[in-house]
Design a protein around this ligand. Structure first.
Ligand SMILES: Cc1ncc(C[n+]2csc(CCOP(=O)(O)OP(=O)(O)O)c2C)c(N)n1
Length: 562
């Protein structure tokens, strides 16, 4: 037992959890914890808006597979974090958000900068804590980290009243904690694995659907071993993009609203679907009732609440994805030798893949989103980390940018948060400074959090913004073109800004690329730069994303052109 203040206890507890970096902004209600940071080796990254602090912590956490930490003051500081916390929640990203709160005696009195951040965040966190004494802080921090990173990861909020930060008390730092009613199911039930094995061995047209759970549990090797053992083709959800190398002969790419045409066509022809760490979201499977009527489904997920939530399945396997895949591969290896690639199903897959090539048309302009992304892939090393904003830029990435090295791609797939990609890429760069990090962006999204350019320069986190600039909210414009008879409203961004000048104003680098030649040079220059680079690529505002599964329809109704 040692005597210390609540703030000291907090920072010491964070250090004990291995925290080396915190993204945030100070204010009246969290100044004591900031003051304590001055006596710690934890690096502080000052953001220009707390939403970006949460996205940076999120990006950091997704790459490290450990909670990223963000700090904000009470009231507006805390509410500014909310979009970032919600984004992490919807994508099961580990995060610990720490907010200052007004002193205990002021809570509930509409004090200056008071808000009920616990009430606000309850539905978008795994858990919220509010320590009422300094002595509680070490155990709460330990529980917070454990909750955030175990089982199905997610954000945890710790809201600390200012006087609790200042209170001096005897504190102890527990080595072990127990949370009543919470014990994630890691090892799968072997009987369920055996049932899955039987189904897979009987399948004539098997398919794997890999979701975000494969990334979270780092089960890339196990997934590839299983696919290659039984020669099963692999589609991914968008969250699962890059869980399986997209240049592998068995890879069919993402399914769903902007999935690959061949993936959308073939998944519904399969007779046994092995869904791994996926939640059958509407974006991935289209109409719930229509999807998977004629197939048997095996569903592996660590979260029992996912089983049967969107889709009734035949064989549920509750457990960590990696542990479950290992058990599956072990059992299968005893039963079968590695299959060859000459079965009728794989022949059919290859025929469909060939026939679908004509679906991917390009726009008649020298520089297009599709060509730009292919060029980026050509020049970017496979270990580079790629994130995206939201809109057409995200969907073009789904279609035209192959992830070669598993675990190098993430995006806001659940909440669909514009403005996520750039700060998240900065968090990823902090987690892995040795690799290039690129945010594939649209102008509308980048506009939302572009002030993080200051962070890239001041904190030496040089990322690349690959800005496909159609001077509009392109995705919305495409929907207005397709579904509202071209009645455009609220999509025009022609007023700018000039993103090259914006980059330069922050002492970053801005390059405009108006031809494929200029783009080639710009990417090479950006990769060598020691400051962030914004590559502004003017594209046609009417370049659409196809193929497309319209909302409320099934995968079979995919539209391939306007
Ligand atoms: C925070 C937020 N507000 C609104 C939306 C709705 N929305 C989805 S895509 C989109 C347009 C995105 O435009 P831009 O970033 O320029 O990308 P583009 O579609 O042009 O590639 C909008 C407004 C959203 N997803 N997130």
């Amino acid at each position: 037992m040692v005597e210390m203040s609540g703030s000291q206890a907090l920072i010491h507890a964070l250090e004990k959890e291995g925290t080396t970096i915190v993204f945030g902004m100070p204010g009246g209600a969290n100044l004591p914890m900031y003051d304590e940071l001055t006596r710690s080796n934890i690096r502080h990254v000052l953001v220009r808006h707390e939403q970006s602090a949460a996205h940076m912590a999120d990006g950091y956490g997704r790459i490290k597979r450990k909670p990223g930490v963000c700090f904000a003051t009470s009231g507006p500081g805390a509410t500014n974090l909310v979009t970032g916390i919600g984004t992490a929640y919807m994508d099961s990203a580990p995060m610990v958000a720490i907010t200052g709160q007004v002193p205990r005696a002021m809570i509930g009195r509409d004090a200056f900068q008071e808000c009920d951040i616990i009430g606000i965040c309850t539905g978008i966190t795994k858990y919220c804590f509010q320590p009422r004494s300094a002595a509680e802080i070490p155990e709460i921090v330990k529980k917070g980290f454990y909750l955030a990173e175990s089982g199905r990861p997610g954000p945890v909020l710790i809201d600390i009243p200012k006087d609790v930060q200042q209170e001096v008390s005897d504190v102890t730092f527990p080595e072990l904690i127990r949370i009543r009613g919470y014990s994630p199911h890691v090892d799968p039930d072997i009987d369920q694995v055996a049932r899955a094995v039987e189904l897979l061995l009987k399948a004539e047209r098997p398919m794997i659907m890999a979701g975000g759970g494969v990334h979270i549990s780092c089960a890339f090797h196990e997934l590839q071993a299983l696919a290659e053992l039984l020669m099963i083709p692999v589609v991914t959800t968008f969250k699962g993009k890059g869980a399986f190398p997209e240049n592998h002969p068995l890879a069919l790419g993402p399914i769903g609203m902007h999935g690959h045409a061949e993936a959308n066509k073939l998944i519904i022809e399969s007779d046994v679907l092995l869904a791994i760490g996926a939640r059958f979201s509407d974006r991935s499977v289209g109409k719930f009732d229509e999807f998977g009527q004629a197939m048997k489904i095996i569903h592996i997920d660590i979260d029992p609440a996912e089983i049967g939530k969107n889709k009734q399945v035949d064989v549920p396997v509750v457990g960590d994805v990696r542990a479950s895949l290992r058990a599956l591969v072990k059992m299968l290896t005893k039963r079968v030798a590695k299959k060859g690639g000459d079965c009728p199903w794989l022949k059919h897959i290859n025929e469909v893949r060939e026939s679908m090539k004509s679906v991917y048309k390009d726009h008649p302009r020298e520089i297009t989103a599709k060509k730009s992304l292919k060029k980026l892939r050509e020049l970017l090393p496979s270990e580079a980390i790629v994130t995206t904003e939201v809109g057409q830029c995200q969907m073009w990435t789904s279609l035209f940018f192959d992830i070669i090295q598993p675990g190098t791609f993430f995006s806001s797939t659940g909440l669909g948060t514009m403005g996520f990609g750039f700060p998240a890429s900065i968090g990823a760069k902090a987690a892995k400074p040795e690799v290039p990090v690129v945010d594939i962006a649209g102008d509308g999204s980048f506009n939302m959090t572009e002030n993080s350019l200051a962070v890239t320069v001041n904190d030496n986190l040089p990322v690349i913004v690959f800005l496909m600039n159609n001077q509009s909210l392109g995705m919305v414009a495409q929907w207005q073109r397709l579904f509202y008879n071209r009645r455009y409203i609220g999509i025009d961004l022609k007023g700018g800004p000039d993103f090259v000048k914006i980059a330069e104003a922050y002492s970053a680098q801005g390059i405009r690329a108006q031809s494929m030649d200029e783009l080639d040079k710009a990417i090479r220059t950006a990769l060598k730069s020691d400051v962030a680079t914004v590559i502004d690529i003017p594209i046609d505002p009417e370049e659409d994303v196809f193929p497309f599964v319209a909302p409320g329809t099934g995968l079979k109704d995919m539209i391939t052109a306007a």
